[in-house]
Design a protein around this ligand. Structure first.
Ligand SMILES: Cc1ncc(COP(=O)(O)O)c(C=O)c1O
Length: 439
């Protein structure tokens, strides 16, 4: 099979793992070790001098975690990946790796609440500032927000919670015109639904906690790169700076990350700087659980999308619902973009407007029996949540309005149950919420 381009479903169960390197174990073994024998003083010198590839300490690298990294890099056709302990660690390390030392990030307000809050309120305390575009649907608005200190453009492939889709290629072109990388948080898209690099992304971020793990068991995050961005364009001197850590052992000459790791400079730098010293490393056991999830990624997502379409249909014909925000919903403004970027379907996570008062909304959420009321998405089980008070509760009213989140928003993440049962559950919950009232 050498030289054959393997398909997604083959890669998702095979990529990054060669059993002959692991005692012929068929399943990926869990290397539950903090550290590794150096073997000899000579080998230790080579490992620490980065002359020989190998494992030193699990904070920086672990064989089980490496399989996860290589598998995601393969699924996205990337050149390198680094796994970390959460999606937020992936967001943070990626953005610090770009904008450290006072850079700015251009982004849209339509982001996961934690990302929004972190970059708006926490990052400035570390000298990194954010510029929100005025109109996320207009790629030119991104151009207007870019300034001399901008280091990256950040978007989500499908936004949380309203499943909006931006014109990703046009935004990538604006970023590239300005010598900037496009960072795509593809958590909702997953590598199965959205081919980020083919549409102009330079860096991909995942909260692996969601559909990648897929079973609500594990917190994790991954950063993937394709090794094609020109980090020597003058905007990223930290990639060009010679470092003592990367010195040539024979001569002592200091070298830059670009010189030593030209194939994957971004994720290697994230590993050697941020993972090594800020330390949010993924445990080998959690990497194993995430790998188990990836093995069924496309099967799960396909069923979840078909379930989601049934529920979109049910909701948009329901007089207790004021709107449904999913690209497949009637009149949705993102339909054409979703068809272009998400040919297999645009997510099983979306929102709808509850047509009732606050008490009725509470009664509705308390009445669901199959849907789990909790803050996660991409689980095998269907989930429901009132985003304005929970996942996006950090945003004040003005910020929520900017992010397109109105008080009546309810987010659904559709799982693998029978669609009829899910619809029956919503139906009985609506009936309980509106008992004795006429809508
Ligand atoms: C789009 C997106 N990015 C990042 C995160 C953060 O991920 P984690 O919860 O794994 O830290 C989330 C979490 O909900 C998310 O939805």
């Amino acid at each position: 099979m050498a030289g054959k381009k393997l398909g997604f479903d083959t890669l998702k169960v095979r990529a990054g793992y060669d059993s002959s390197e692991h005692n012929y174990a068929v399943a990926v073994p869990i290397y539950q070790t903090a550290s590794y024998d150096l073997g000899s003083v000579e080998r230790g010198e080579k490992l620490f001098g980065m002359e020989e590839a190998g494992y030193l300490y699990t904070r920086i690298g672990n064989p089980t975690v490496s399989v996860l990294e290589q598998r995601l890099a393969a699924l996205d056709h990337g050149s390198g990946a680094v796994a970390v302990a959460s999606g937020m660690a992936a967001v943070t390390y990626a953005l610090l790796n770009l904008a450290e030392g006072g850079g700015r990030i251009v982004t849209t307000p339509q982001l996961y609440g934690g990302t929004f809050d972190a970059i708006k309120h926490l990052f400035p305390k570390f000298g990194i500032h954010v510029d929100f575009v005025e109109d996320s649907d207009d790629p030119e608005s991104f151009r207007q927000a870019i300034g001399p200190d901008t280091k990256a453009v950040l978007i989500e492939s499908i936004s949380n919670p309203n499943a909006t889709v931006l014109d990703i290629e046009a935004i990538a072109a604006v970023a590239h015109d300005n010598g900037l990388p496009l960072v795509v948080d593809n958590t909702f898209g997953t590598p199965y639904l959205f081919d980020s690099f083919a549409h102009g992304a330079d860096i991909i971020i995942y909260s692996a906690t969601k559909a990648i793990g897929g079973h609500g068991t594990t917190i994790g995050g991954v950063i993937v790169e394709n090794g094609e961005f020109d980090w020597s364009n003058g905007k990223f001197p930290h990639f060009e700076q010679p470092q003592y850590l990367l010195r040539e052992q024979s001569t002592g000459r200091e070298r830059s990350i670009l010189e030593v790791f030209p194939e994957a400079p971004f994720t290697t730098r994230a590993r050697l700087s941020y993972l090594a010293y800020f330390g949010a490393s993924l445990s080998p056991f959690d990497a194993f659980l995430l790998l188990q999830g990836i093995e069924t990624l496309s099967e799960r997502i396909t069923k979840q999308i078909s379930n989601a379409l049934r529920i979109v249909d049910y909701l948009q014909n329901n007089d207790k619902v004021s709107w449904v925000s999913h690209p497949a919903a009637e009149g949705n403004p993102y339909k054409a973009l979703a068809e272009k970027y998400f040919p297999k379907g645009a997510s099983s996570i979306f929102s709808f407007g509850f047509k009732g008062n606050e008490e009725q909304l509470k009664a509705f959420l308390n009445a669901v029996e199959l849907f789990s009321y909790h803050a996660n998405v991409g689980d095998a089980r269907s989930l429901i949540i009132n985003s304005p008070k929970t996942t996006h509760g950090e945003l004040n009213a003005e910020e929520q309005a900017l992010a397109g989140i109105s008080p009546e928003t309810i987010r659904l993440s559709i799982g693998l149950e029978d669609a009829e049962d899910l619809i029956d559950d919503l139906e009985q919950a609506f009936a309980k919420a509106f008992v004795g009232t006429l809508v």
